[in-house]
Design a protein around this ligand. Structure first.
Ligand SMILES: [Zn+2]
Length: 347
């Protein structure tokens, strides 16, 4: 894990970087990303957590501004309670689903955990879902697993902009290795060049066709160099979808669910590809099979409801609406009325 020497090396690199600059997007105007800071029930126990969280962000903001030409603007704070978490990955997607993003581009969440077992190698200190949000986990001050926070935060910021893990000893090397570096490797520099102007709400569709094609090529390069993370494949699939290249999207997304049949978002995107190709029947068959394995069954039922509605099958749509509600998914009141189902306010 991190020791003083590696932290020192990191600091030296930081100074070197500040002298040389990364020339990333230097020709472009600065980009301001609006963020909302979120504290879960553990982090919210800190007195004035807002100040502490903002401090953490502002401490790295100067580095990010210099390297990426990106500024952060805090547009809100929110406390958010969740059930005991299984892992940081699920927690991050839960936050993104449950916390209102309001006028922000992305959510930056904070949680606090007990120091992990020394034998657990692959612990995580931060998890990011590109263009949506991230959660940073902090530990008690004396915990050796408490990674150098600015390093973790910059690492997650690069993920937020679409950056991927690479094998080089550089910024985007997975944090659980012993490497500490604030250099952004060349592959991610190329990725960030194409993503820095992305509209977080519209996603890949907001990029020019040329940028999108080059971005996809960089992701394919990362995969060919050994990045086999499902998230990387999933983002590539979404890029193909944004290009209207549903055949390639289907092949990428299908390989994800073949490998991990719990991956709800991949199932849902796969169904969208088929319905975009006019094959809602195929999309429905696919999701009926996914109900047994997907980790967010309620969302699968909700998507099935939408698909049945598009083909005018209100009997099945009604059934799927009820099933998704039973799984805790909120169904839009307009849809409920259309399906002649009671809304939440009705008795
Ligand atoms: Zn990472």
């Amino acid at each position: 894990m991190l020791n003083k020497k590696t932290i020192f090396t990191g600091l030296v690199l930081l100074i070197l970087l500040s002298l040389t600059g990364l020339a990333l997007g230097k020709d472009k105007p600065r980009r301001t990303i609006k963020v909302k800071l979120v504290a879960d029930q553990h982090y919210a126990r800190y007195e004035q957590w807002q100040r502490k969280a903002a401090r953490m962000l502002l401490d790295i903001a100067e580095e990010v501004t210099r390297n990426l030409q990106i500024d952060f603007q805090i547009v809100g704070y929110e406390e958010w309670k969740h059930d005991p978490e299984e892992n940081l990955y699920n927690l991050t997607s839960e936050m993104i689903r449950e916390v209102d993003i309001d006028s922000a581009d992305a959510l930056i969440g904070f949680t606090y955990g007990t120091c992990p077992d020394e034998n657990v190698r692959a612990h995580t200190d931060g998890v990011t879902i590109p263009y949506r949000g991230m959660i940073i986990k902090t530990y008690p001050a004396r915990c050796r697993r408490n990674l150098y926070i600015p390093y973790v935060m910059i690492h997650e910021m690069v993920h937020l902009m679409g950056g991927v893990h690479v094998r080089e000893r550089s910024l985007m090397t997975p944090v659980f290795t012993d490497t500490v570096s604030l250099t952004i490797d060349r592959l991610n520099q190329n990725i960030l060049r194409h993503t820095r102007d992305i509209d977080f709400r519209q996603g890949y569709r907001s990029l020019s066709r040329g940028s999108l094609r080059k971005l996809a090529q960089n992701y394919q390069l990362a995969i060919s160099q050994g990045n086999n993370e499902l998230l990387t494949h999933h983002e590539l699939g979404k890029m193909f979808m944004a290009m209207g290249n549903y055949a390639d999207a289907i092949s990428v997304l299908q390989s994800i669910v073949n490998f991990d049949s719990t991956y709800t978002d991949a199932w849902i995107n796969l169904s969208t590809c088929y319905s975009e190709l006019g094959r809602s029947d195929r999309a429905i068959e696919l999701l009926k099979g996914a109900v047994a394995t997907a980790d967010q069954r309620g969302l699968i039922h909700h998507r099935l409801m939408e698909l049945y509605l598009t083909i005018g099958d209100s009997v099945n749509a009604r059934q799927e609406a009820t099933r998704s509600q039973k799984q805790g998914i909120v169904v839009d009141s307009v849809l409920l009325k259309r399906l002649q189902l009671p809304g939440e306010d009705d008795n």
